[in-house]
Design a protein around this ligand. Structure first.
Ligand code: PEP
Ligand code: MN
Length: 337
């Protein structure tokens, strides 16, 4: 942290600022210029920069290190690569997760998974606990749904990706699920994040509806600091004033995260756009931008889907998209898994 003093700051102001940071466990490195004094704060743990900004004679406080450590590229130079069954996320790999929004029945899951596995997908998604805006909407099949998805995934040798909404569901999820998804609405459920820090399975952490990239990385830090280093980030669109699409896909989050962090970042174009015909162009763009994978909603009969049918692709359309993705991935030197 750097404290930039006002040009007219008095010696007493400078002394008070130094005293303040020393009381907080930092040491001061003072640089006196012709016009201004700059105080570098070294060591120490954390300080609320607003408290320093309120001191007399202080013009500005600039943070020079990131508030997240373990998620930072400074902490780990090499990309984290997460492998589950055939799907790999990070480094030179782009992993594909596909499947319906929610688990409806064994027939529905089997029909979709059969087609997806023929196409070469190895990670099957499906929600058993659904975070619905309305309490009157379908809330998911719960454990019965988890049993269905794990049975079907086993049949086709696929990994299971499903959302955990609450700490109490973690033991159940560990029994049936390979990648535990934290939904956008739970990105800052800190109790959930802390407990997921203690498990030994990958966590797919989706960006909150109105979360900044820094907040997403801080949320990941909760999981990492608990000891679980297997975190996959997911950009799934953010709230903006635009309402033709369900959310606004922040494609720039991909290169931003890749520079700031070693963690893989995938894109969910389904929840980002909410519209089936926008999924292919956004998926192609995300792969071109260097993302580490995609999570796409696919349903054997989208018109009959209980949830999010309008943003679900048919297996045939998904297969065409996957061919395009593979071509683009080659240009950006990624292998689609
Ligand atoms: C989902 O993937 O099923 C989901 C609800 O997504 P999000 O949390 O991104 O809205
Ligand atoms: Mn959905």
């Amino acid at each position: 942290m750097l404290i930039i003093m006002e040009p007219n700051a008095t010696e007493t102001d400078i002394d008070n600022a130094i005293k303040y940071i020393e009381q907080n466990g930092f040491s001061a490195h003072i640089s006196k210029g012709a016009v201004q004094t700059v105080i570098g704060c070294v060591g120490g743990k954390t300080m609320d920069k607003r408290n320093i900004e309120l001191l007399s004679g202080v013009r500005e406080v600039v943070r020079i290190t990131s508030p997240y450590k373990l998620a930072s590229r400074t902490f780990q130079q090499d990309d984290t690569i997460i492998s589950v069954k055939g799907a790999k996320f990070g480094g030179k790999y782009a992993g594909i997760i596909a499947g319906p929004c929610t688990i409806e029945s064994e027939k529905q899951m089997d029909e979709t998974a059969e087609r997806l596995s023929e196409i070469g997908v190895t990670a099957l998604r499906g929600g058993a606990f659904k975070p619905r805006t309305s309490p009157y909407s379908f809330q998911g099949l719960g454990e019965e749904g988890l049993k269905i998805i794990s049975k079907v995934a086993k049949k086709y040798n696929m990994a299971v990706v499903s959302e955990v909404m609450d700490t109490s569901q973690i033991p159940l999820m560990l029994k049936y699920v390979d990648i535990l998804q934290v939904g956008a609405r739970n990105m800052q459920n800190f109790n959930l994040l802390k407990e997921l820090g203690e498990i030994n399975k990958p966590v797919l952490l989706k960006r909150g509806l109105s979360a900044t990239i820094e907040e997403l990385l801080m949320a990941a830090e909760y999981i990492l600091s608990g000891g679980n280093r297997q975190v996959i980030l997911c950009e799934r669109g953010i709230r903006t004033y635009e309402h033709i699409t369900r959310n606004t896909l922040d494609l720039s989050a991909i290169p931003v995260v890749k520079k700031l962090s070693h963690l893989p970042i995938i894109v969910d174009p389904s929840h980002a756009t909410g519209l089936r015909d926008k999924i292919a162009p956004m998926s192609r763009a995300a792969i071109a931008a260097g993302c580490d994978g995609l999570e796409i909603e696919v349903h054997a009969h989208p018109q009959c889907a209980v949830c999010d049918g309008a943003q679900s692709l048919t297996p045939d359309d998904f297969s065409i998209l996957l061919d395009d993705i593979k071509k683009i991935a080659e240009i950006v030197e990624k292998e689609v898994t």
